[in-house]
Ligand binder design. Structure first.
Ligand SMILES: C[S@@+](CC[C@H](N)C(=O)[O-])C[C@H]1O[C@@H](n2cnc3c(N)ncnc32)[C@H](O)[C@@H]1O
Length: 248
């Protein structure tokens, strides 16, 4: 495991970005739709970041929640919130590439994990980890950079609070750069990597997971929010839901 993770340097800024409207209007409702009723389920949140979704699933009645992330700074933020408002969540530092089985879970939540794989082989290690941590019949759900988007959909999305660019030509391992605003008027960024949608489909099947699919995002609008504005975000959306299951 590297002794320094990219998110150690941006833990605070990333945590604040969970308040961006696209996360609340699109990301979270899409994830919770995919999850369905989690009451009583054993949930692994990988990567948990600062625990935003670990806490959400605990509050939605999950039987137990374990959150794991490569970044010790992110895990420390999650633990600190857990100390202040205990929900019984267990947080650990760990690398999804070589985690092995830490338990037998009904649901693995993988929000923005697979887009860190730079190669097919790395994606396969992540998929093996998901499989190893699911009970037979258990489900994997998540949110990801959307590898299906047209090239024209990269670029400045300032209206939605970020920019997303990709190194061209787009090919396996191409770097995707996200830039987001900070509270003090600056910006911060992080990198994802592009792998073809077909690579995802093949790799999850190879890892033994069935019914892998990308799931288009949806928006949950509050009264007064502009439907046209959010429909433009959803069209060939920069983020996608995904789901798979471990066979019985
Ligand atoms: C974009 S954040 C998402 C965090 C959380 N899932 C969320 O939606 O708020 C991506 C996280 O992935 C973590 N990460 C990157 N590579 C990882 C790996 N190999 N194993 C575990 N966590 C990893 C980073 O440290 C970072 O916290």
């Amino acid at each position: 495991m590297p002794d320094h993770a990219e998110y150690d340097d941006i833990a605070e800024e990333y945590a604040a970005s969970k308040q961006l409207p696209f996360r609340i209007v699109v990301e979270a409702p899409t994830l919770f739709d995919l999850a369905g009723d989690v009451r009583g389920l054993a949930v692994l949140d990988l990567p948990c970041g600062d625990g935003t979704y670990s806490r959400a699933f605990a509050r939605r009645g999950a039987g137990s929640v374990v959150g794991i992330d490569l970044s010790s700074a992110m895990v420390e933020r999650a633990r600190s919130i857990e100390r202040e408002q205990p929900l019984g969540i267990l947080y650990q530092v760990g690398d999804a590439a070589n985690l092995g089985a830490v338990g037998a879970f009904d649901l693995v939540v993988a929000c923005y994990l697979f887009n860190y794989a730079q190669t097919r082989a790395q994606l396969l290690t992540f998929a093996h980890t998901v499989y190893a941590n699911l009970k037979p019949g258990g489900r994997m759900i998540g949110i990801n950079d959307n590898p299906r988007t047209a090239l024209s959909r990269y670029g400045d999305r300032a209206a939605y609070g970020f920019s997303r660019t990709i190194d061209l030509p787009r090919r396996e391992g191409s770097r995707i750069r996200y830039t987001m605003p900070t509270a003090d008027g600056g910006t911060f960024g992080f990198d994802n990597f592009w792998l073809a949608p077909e690579t995802y489909e093949q790799v999850f099947a190879e890892a033994g997971l069935e019914d892998f699919r990308f799931v288009d995002c949806r928006a949950e609008l509050s009264p007064g929010q502009d439907r046209t504005f959010w429909n433009d975000f959803l069209r060939d959306c920069p983020i996608t839901g995904l789901a798979a299951r471990r066979p019985d």
